[in-house]
Design a protein around this ligand. Structure first.
Ligand code: SF4
Length: 327
């Protein structure tokens, strides 16, 4: 039986908007709005959507880098939302992050050795001598060399810096890695090297990934299941194969229509979405996608669709598929 490693239940993250002379709260940005999903041990779970859909905020809120406004997050059957900071630090040994911009996430004044040693010191792992050895071994594991340990981040290329970011995340031997757009700042040729490395490391260290990306094409080959987010909500969740073969939500269809297909004999209609994503501080009533949806109906403007299992393990929030509604 597949073990659930992470369980997210009705998680919300609202950021206050303050204004006026007194700086009072005048509104809120609903960056993550009632999101529920589970991640199984050993899988790669994709979180995908346009910029501003709430996918990165979801990743950070899971780790309480942002405090959730509401909801529950369970990791390995332990509820994270009510842990003290010191208890949370212990959990963070098992849950690490890889960031989009490796340069910004690495301290420019520290050598690679110091950067990689730091998580070991924080979590009190090994003696100084053992830690140095662990750093060398990890550098080699991610495709770098022992002599890189004495260098500084600016002496590396973008791809090498992301290898250092990955090495740092792996130093504590975590169970779960949240990778936030780990390849989107890299050249296409380097992207595939990093994706292959992540794939190899997953097998070698029995890792579970949450892979955050704006491009459905990037996650296609590495994710077992994919959740598509729009305006702070998950609108579709399914295993990758089903999602790519037969997307159900009109937003997923539109996202997929712009992913290039390597087969020149196969043509797919490009669906152009009208307008911009509305502001999460003032989301539309009903289905939040109705202002851009080519299939929008009257009900979509007033009633929010339920997130339902339409086929086995395929969940969608759309009135086109709602079983209980007579349209
Ligand atoms: Fe489009 Fe309506 Fe479905 Fe929303 S609920 S995606 S507006 S058809």
């Amino acid at each position: 039986m597949t073990k659930t490693l992470l369980e997210v239940e009705k998680m919300k993250k609202y950021f206050p908007i303050n204004g006026g002379i007194l700086g009072r709260k005048i509104g809120e940005v609903k960056a993550v709005d009632d999101v529920s999903f589970s991640v199984f041990e050993g899988e790669t779970f994709g979180l995908v959507g346009e910029s501003g859909c709430g996918k990165s905020t979801t990743g950070r809120t899971l780790l309480r880098l942002h405090e959730p406004t509401d909801g529950k997050v369970k990791f390995n059957n332990q509820e994270l939302t009510n842990l003290s900071l010191s208890e949370l630090r212990t959990v963070r040994r098992d849950v690490q992050m890889i960031f989009q911009d490796p340069f910004a996430s690495l301290n420019p004044r520290q050598t690679v050795e110091k950067i990689l040693e730091e998580p070991l010191i924080v979590h009190k792992i090994g003696t100084p001598k053992e830690r140095k050895q662990m750093v060398i071994e990890m550098l080699e594991t991610v495709g770098l060399s022992s002599y890189h340990a004495k260098r500084y981040p600016h002496q590396f290329s973008g791809g090498q810096r992301q290898r250092i970011g990955i090495a740092r995340a792996l130093m504590t031997k975590p169970k779960l890695i949240i990778a936030d757009e780990p390849v989107s700042a890299l050249d296409v040729s380097i992207q595939s090297q990093i994706l292959n490395l992540l794939d190899d490391l997953q097998k070698a260290f029995s890792l579970t990934y949450i892979f955050i990306a704006h491009d459905l094409g990037v996650v296609r080959h590495i994710c077992d299941r994919v959740a598509v987010m729009y305006l702070g909500k998950i609108v579709e969740l399914s295993n990758s194969e089903k999602l790519y073969k037969k997307p159900l939500h009109p937003y997923t269809e539109a996202l997929l229509s712009s992913v290039p297909i390597p087969d020149p004999t196969y043509e797919r209609e490009h669906i152009e979405l009208s307008g911009e994503m509305p502001s999460p501080s003032n989301p539309p009533k009903g289905c939040s996608f109705h202002t851009r949806c080519p299939h929008s109906m009257d009900i979509c403007k007033t009633v929010q669709p339920e997130f339902e299992e339409i086929e086995q393990d395929h969940y969608v929030a759309c009135h086109l598929y709602n079983k209980n509604e007579q349209l």
